[in-house]
Unconditional design. Structure first.
Length: 118
């Protein structure tokens, strides 16, 4: 089997994460964040819905990383996000990071809202 290294030119993959932080584009970012192919933004967590709702114009799918374990997001948030037409995938943050990177390498219109692992 041949393995090919994925190159991320001009986009921001998740390079690593740990308790309370992420490494994005060589920069350590503390706390929750929103990640787009070419931008990272601070985020206030699941109670901070406005930045997530605004992503409908920038992405087709939003991965929501809920921390170390998968968890349900608030039903009113899920309903509001679905009404924008944005595809929502909720998963544990490690899985959200991996999935985001795979689709990023394919050039897809994606976003991730990530809560750090504890």
């Amino acid at each position: 089997m041949q393995l090919n290294e994925v190159r991320f030119d001009k986009v921001l993959p998740v390079e690593g994460y740990g308790p309370g932080f992420f490494r994005i584009g060589g920069v350590i970012v503390d706390g929750p964040l929103i990640l787009l192919p070419e931008a990272r933004r601070g985020w206030g967590g699941l109670e901070d819905a406005a930045p997530l709702l605004a992503l409908a114009a920038e992405a087709d799918v939003l991965f929501i990383g809920t921390g170390a374990e998968i968890a349900h997001i608030p039903e009113d948030l899920r309903r509001a996000l679905e009404e924008t037409g944005l595809g929502i995938e909720t998963m544990a943050t490690p899985a959200a990071c991996r999935t985001y990177n795979v689709l990023l390498s394919e050039g897809r219109r994606i976003a991730a809202a990530l809560l750090p692992v504890a």
